[in-house]
Design a protein around this ligand. Structure first.
Ligand SMILES: Nc1nc2c(c(=O)[nH]1)N[C@H]1C(S)=C(S)[C@@H](COP(=O)(O)O)O[C@H]1N2
Ligand SMILES: [Mo]
Length: 313
């Protein structure tokens, strides 16, 4: 599925060093003004969605932060790069191929997926870089899509793949090349089928901006943000644990499970607390404790009973 090539930036540079670079380009973008004022591409469309009971009772992160402080290495490594460099990306037309160990493999047109009952889910999100946001995603449970293809009895994992379009994604070629492409991710089938796991097609009442993973991306709120693979073109049911990009790039730093766990530090920094983006003061005084499973332990801890979460990080 993915032809692994060693990343051209050393693992030691991936984080948190790139956070500093990122912050600089973010501040530069903010100084430019225009980008932040129009976080939404002209093509953003209003979406109808029912409110879901899955909603955290915390202040939403401002839309301008959700759409301008991003990780999407296909458009560059800085937090301000995705909004600055994704203008040429064309999220329509789009299809998602679902294949592998399923009874009814199928390539779904985006329209068919957007016609599924959409819900707004206000989720707490946390990046392994120790910042967090509260985001009103719009989407549908991944299980609704899996049901349509009828997974076979021996399917145990779900593999995901991002589109490869170097001509529209400057981070996938030349000087900005950083990770092996395509970006890939995976979940165990029971994680994929959990009702909190959604495919998102919108945020803040509109279709997804390119920088947030248009037209369709994964959202798994109890895992570090890097599990939330963007601009998905392929979903494959398998009987083997699939590769995941950050685990390939730096296996000692990023595990397959990537559950938010304040007790298991990243080898180079603590995971015990986090900065909530947008709450005044950048990486300032607004540190809060990080919760086990990002606050979703009641719903998902049972998925991991009996597992050593220090070994399976
Ligand atoms: N294809 C792809 N998906 C990706 C990434 C990426 O670089 N490429 N970055 C991940 C990381 S590290 C994070 S924190 C989230 C960020 O999602 P957001 O920018 O919508 O907040 O996307 C994840 N999905
Ligand atoms: Mo991340």
């Amino acid at each position: 599925m993915s032809l692994y090539r060693p990343p051209r930036i050393p693992a030691s540079q991936i984080t948190p060093e790139h956070c500093f670079l990122a912050r600089r380009s973010f501040l530069a973008a903010a100084a430019g003004g225009a980008l932040l004022a129009s976080g939404m591409p002209a093509s953003a469309e209003a979406l109808k969605a029912s409110k879901s009971p899955y909603a955290v009772d915390e202040a939403l992160t401002p839309e301008k932060d959700v759409t301008s402080y991003n990780n999407f290495y296909e458009f560059g490594m800085g937090k301000g790069d995705p909004i600055a460099n994704s203008e040429k990306f064309k999220p329509t037309p789009w299809t998602v191929k679902v294949d592998g160990l399923v009874g009814k493999p199928k390539e779904f047109g985006l329209e068919e997926l957007m016609a599924l009952p959409l819900e707004e889910r206000v989720y707490r999100m946390r990046c392994v870089e120790a910042w967090s946001m509260v985001i009103p995603w719009i989407g549908f449970p991944l299980s609704a899509l899996l049901d349509k293809v009828e997974p076979l009895g021996d399917a145990r994992y779900v593999a995901f793949e991002t589109v490869v379009r170097p001509e529209e994604m400057p981070g996938q070629s030349g000087y900005f090349q950083s990770l092996p492409w395509p970006y890939v991710e995976g979940l165990r089938l029971d994680e994929a089928r959990h009702p909190l796991t959604i495919l998102s097609v919108g945020v803040y009442g509109k279709t997804l901006p390119n920088q947030n993973g248009a037209p369709i991306r994964l959202v798994v709120p109890w895992k570090y943000g890097f599990k939330g693979i963007k601009s998905i073109v392929k979903i494959t049911l398998t009987d083997k644990q699939p590769p995941s990009t950050w685990n390939l790039a730096a296996p000692n730093e990023y595990g397959f499970y990537a559950n938010v766990n304040p007790e298991v530090d990243h080898p180079r920094w603590s995971q015990a607390s986090e900065n909530r983006i947008g709450e005044g003061g950048f990486f300032g005084a607004n540190r809060r404790p990080t919760l086990p499973f990002n606050g979703y332990a009641e719903e998902v801890a049972g998925l991991y009973s009996g597992m050593d979460l220090r070994a399976n990080y």
